[in-house]
Ligand binder design. Sequence first.
Ligand SMILES: [Zn+2]
Ligand SMILES: [Zn+2]
Length: 333
Amino acid sequence: MQICPRLVLRRALIAVCLALSLTTAVHAQAPSATKPTAQIQTLKITVLSTMLVGETKGIGEWGFSALVEADGHRILVDTGSRPETVLSNARELNVDLSNVHEVILTHNHGDHVGGLMTLRREMMKQDPAALSVVHVAKGIFYSRPSPEGEANDMIAIRKEYEATGGKIIEHQDGAEIFAGAWLSGPVPRKYPEHNWSVKGKVQTPAGLVEDTIPEDQSLVLNTSRGLVIVTGCGHAGIVNILTYATASYSNQPVYAVVGGLHLFPANDEQVNWTGDEFKQFRVSNLLGAHCTGIEAVYRLRDRAGLSRNSAVVGTVGSTFTLADGIKTGPLAK
Ligand SMILES: [Zn+2]
Ligand SMILES: [Zn+2]
């Protein structure tokens, strides 16, 4: 087979440009956000919505949700895609959500916010305070106009949710939501990771621009073993998220990354670069769920020097704890 020399040259140029753009910047730029110092001693994260079912419990979907339990605090990160998935998976996994009062929505996409109203209505029958506070970041309510109309479900959900007595807290910046738990708010996009695939537009105060999902936020848990970072889709770019989080915590090592990293469409150069960066950030565990991509998890494992126990594909019911690390379904082991 003959390969066109022009094509080879073009590919080489693209690879060099990507490598340069992704490697020239340096780490650790201190953000203006608050720098909390409290440390979490016990932590359990349970995945309640993701693509893969690792055993016979639960149903898989294109979505994400995880329950975070830290030193007695319980908070739900995202709510899955289909209205009933998280409700039904939580029941099958014997996870009680009726005493969880707060929710973090990482961004506006339907595969993260689709379960909110079902969960709120169902759980408030047992306790009116259940899932009654939602943390979001600035930008989540910006209009996403499309030929079919408004593409941002959160605009309608906001009205429905507030009608149940629920309260939405919109963060402009990072904020400590309980001792040792820092919500990033919008993440500075230092590197051109471009980890989103929607070709939509967003109506910002500055005008109609490409939708970079500016509100995308992650939860950063300051634990006795290092930082544990929970992402939804990681649209801000996982390296941008790690850069921002570690700068807020004096460059502590990252003990774990849990959630979706949106690397399934990424090319080899980007995934390899991300794996090399994981090494720099001393990432010890990766529970790659949702849109991380299965091949991406394995490549990140190799590049970051992790193992079959410490870099694992997330399944419905998979857990991460400080004491035992990652446990996932037999299919993903
Ligand atoms: Zn998304
Ligand atoms: Zn997603």
